[in-house]
Write a new protein. Structure first.
Ligand code: PMP
Length: 317
């Protein structure tokens, strides 16, 4: 290996042992929390920079700017540190304090914006866009950049096909940018056209209704980080998605807690959302093969969150 970036990808795919053991289909989880930056986002951080360097639009010493829930920022910080770029991350206020601290420790400049809707100039994506234009920084733009979808087709999806080694019944994932679900769907559907692609969406996000009807659902609040939206992102390809499951915060966090305590998988809240949805899909009788999902990030991003404080009540003195 030449740098830590060579350790990105080729993550384990393992069957759940306890959760869903009574169900007719196996659930296989792709351990993206084991990437060097602790999330699925390392893949696209490296791919976007590789692509921009190859096209000659990014040169050493330049500044990268990204609107990020945190994980893409960590991935980009690893790339920036190993390749000699500056990094600015624009992050909505709702994201955990742990993520801010991690990014600042990695040498990134962190700009916190209000929790504003996509139509507002204060929205984190709009702030990043404006700064990129104003300062001449390179916008990695995970929400629009097609490299995001392509890298998941070429790596995450291809690895899943190889690791399953046979038919895939369903692939289940939440969507932040949509890169993971769209890219994996492309690869899996090409190999196994009968595979069902299911969006795991937080209650309060409008994307589940959009998948079902083409109309975005009402905008509500929820605490799971990194997934769901009140506006479909460009990298979420609706035509590849067959159905959606709505998962409440309580169900997501309880499932994440069980993944940690009962499966030894040290994951964050959106892994709980994905596995809760996968459990529903694995109970369906129209699924032919294992149900595959991703564990997008690591629990260490969430130690300060309210939902994780509640786990500590089990400590007796
Ligand atoms: N979970 C978490 C914790 C994330 O940070 C993200 C990315 N925003 C996702 C899931 C969703 O990944 P994608 O952007 O590929 O849809």
């Amino acid at each position: 290996m030449r740098s830590i970036l060579d350790a990105i990808g080729d993550t384990p795919l393992i069957p759940l042992r306890v959760l869903g053991r009574e169900l007719p289909r196996r659930i296989l989880v792709k351990c993206e929390h084991l990437n060097p930056g602790g999330s699925v986002k390392d893949r696209l951080a490296k791919a976007i920079v590789d692509d921009a360097e190859a096209r000659g639009v990014l040169r050493p010493g330049m500044t990268l700017i990204e609107a990020t829930a945190g994980n893409t920022g960590v991935g980009l910080a690893l790339v920036a540190a190993t390749r000699g770029y500056e990094l600015v991350c624009v992050m909505p206020e709702k994201m955990s304090v742990d993520k801010r601290r991690v990014l600042a420790s990695l040498g990134a400049e962190v700009i916190i914006t209000a929790n504003a809707p996509p139509t507002s100039p204060q929205n984190f994506q709009n702030v990043a866009k404006a700064l990129a234009a104003e300062r001449g920084w390179f916008a990695t733009d995970q929400f629009q950049n097609p490299v995001n979808v392509q890298i998941h087709a070429d790596t995450t999806g291809a690895e899943i096909l190889r690791q399953v080694g046979g038919p895939v019944g369903a692939f289940v994932a939440g969507a932040g940018t949509g890169g993971t679900i769209s890219g994996v769907a492309l690869a899996v559907k090409q190999a196994w056209p009968a595979a069902r692609i299911v969006l795991a969406d937080p209650v309060g996000s409008g994307l589940a209704s959009w998948v079902e009807t083409g109309e975005v659902g009402p905008d509500g609040s929820y605490a799971v980080e990194g997934i769901g939206s009140s506006q479909p992102p460009a990298n979420l390809h609706r035509e590849l998605i067959d159905s959606a499951e709505r998962i409440s915060d309580d169900e997501s966090f309880e499932t994440a807690r069980r993944l940690v305590a009962e499966e030894g998988l040290l994951v964050g809240g959106s892994a709980g959302t994905n596995v809760a949805a996968a459990l529903r899909v694995a109970a369906r009788d129209d699924i032919d093969g294992p149900v595959v999902t991703v564990l997008p990030d690591s629990w260490d991003r969430y130690f300060s969150t309210q939902w994780m404080q509640d786990w500590g009540r089990r400590i007796r003195k």
